[in-house]
Design a binder for this molecule. Structure first.
Ligand code: FMN
Length: 358
């Protein structure tokens, strides 16, 4: 088992950040555990110049130590990002390195790896910084084990040392256990939204993000009808503005989450297809849910003869989902119209009883 720590402190192994990191690593004990710490200040790391070659062609033109660090990350089972807090966030050393990690976020491939983050500050912005670092790991596909923060105004001045040491070691042990036992972490709404955002971005600009597009296609992550090579007349129509596109990204995420709110006990004996037709500016988004054998599946697109068709403004749908508008009232007022089986319409709110999708 390989654990790789990446340290962004200019003080390197002498700094307060490594004081906390080394306690995490002390907790990473066990047979066969190999640990390596990469001190970024000792590496040759050039700035990202924003050429986007990594996204379009799949490789970076810069010649330095970054590719070798990426290889170490690929080989690791556990990855730790550790940084002091500088001006409310990570140090320049860490940020310059993370900028160069852009393709790891655009083409996430670290699924099956586990990670955690360490942030040390003089007492301001340590938690957001640790969360930021963990968020970066999550974007790469890493499963998040946790974060640990320390307060130290200078190297050697770690406050509440006993508490921090105990917590850091425990987190280290948890990392090793998570790797050994292949712990599963539930996907968060944020992760789902990030996935949907990148899916739509990469598809929309597929002629530019060529390397990303190829990768997402190979992974089977572009499975929605709107993500096929040819335009699908039955899904979205017209060319959207940037604003419409953003609204649609949010709407798709909400619709994707709806089956999670499905209550199978409310669907006994029900065999139905519910078609949604949602209008947003010049666009129409079609989405349907198949309810069969007490299971619910959602998909973008249209079906010819749904049991129930609901049509109206996307904004109203979002407002209903977020509880800002009463669904029944929206139908009474004529904001939303329906066709088909009234029985299924009456059942709708009990079928999707939890808050997912909002
Ligand atoms: C340029 C600079 C900016 C800093 N900004 C912050 C800050 O925004 N918030 C904070 O609490 N501490 C800040 N600090 C203090 C460091 O985060 C703190 O001393 C930390 O322990 C340094 O870790 P190190 O010993 O590993 O370098 C800053 C220190 C420096 C040198």
């Amino acid at each position: 088992m390989k654990i790789l720590a990446i340290l962004g402190s200019p003080h390197g192994l002498r700094g307060a950040t490594n004081g906390v990191l080394s306690e995490v690593l002390a907790g990473c004990t066990g047979e066969g555990v190999e640990i390596e710490t990469v001190v970024l200040s000792k590496q040759k790391i050039k700035y990202c110049v924003g050429c986007a070659n990594c996204l379009t062609k799949g490789a970076c033109n810069q010649k330095d130590d970054v590719a070798a660090i990426h290889d170490k990350m690929r080989e690791a089972d556990g990855i730790i990002l550790a940084s002091p807090v500088y001006l409310g966030t990570v140090t320049g050393q860490m940020k310059v390195f993370l900028d160069r990690c852009l393709p790891l976020g655009h083409r996430p491939s670290f699924h099956g790896k586990y990670g955690l983050s360490v942030a040390v500050s003089a007492g301001f912005m340590d938690v957001p910084t640790a969360d930021y670092l963990l968020g970066v790991l999550i974007a790469f596909g890493v499963a998040p084990v946790g974060t640990v923060c320390g307060i130290a105004a200078a190297p050697g001045l770690l406050e509440q040392q006993d508490v921090v040491v105990a917590y850091a070691r425990r987190l280290g042990r948890q990392l090793v256990t998570a790797i050994r036992e292949q712990h599963e972490y539930p996907e968060t709404g944020e992760q789902r939204r990030a996935h949907a955002f990148f899916r739509d971005l990469i598809y929309k600009y597929r002629k530019f993000f060529k390397a990303d597009y190829k990768y997402w296609k190979e992974q089977g992550w572009l499975t929605l009808p709107q993500a096929e090579e040819e335009p699908q007349p039955s899904t979205t129509t017209d060319v959207p503005s940037e604003v419409d596109e953003q609204a649609l990204v949010k709407l798709r995420s909400m619709l994707e989450a709806i089956p999670q709110a499905f209550d199978p006990s409310a669907a006994q004996g029900l065999d139905a297809i519910i078609q949604l037709v949602l209008h947003s500016g010049p666009k129409t988004l079609n989405w349907y849910f198949t309810i069969r054998e007490q299971k619910c599946q959602g998909k973008e697109g249209s079906v010819p003869n749904p049991s129930l068709l609901l049509e109206g403004p996307a904004e109203t749908w979002v407002a209903i989902s977020e509880g800002r508008i009463d669904g029944a009232q929206a139908f009474v007022q004529g904001d939303f119209k329906f066709e088909g089986d009234l029985q299924v319409l009456m059942q709708f709110s009990t079928l999707f009883s939890s808050q997912a999708g909002s």
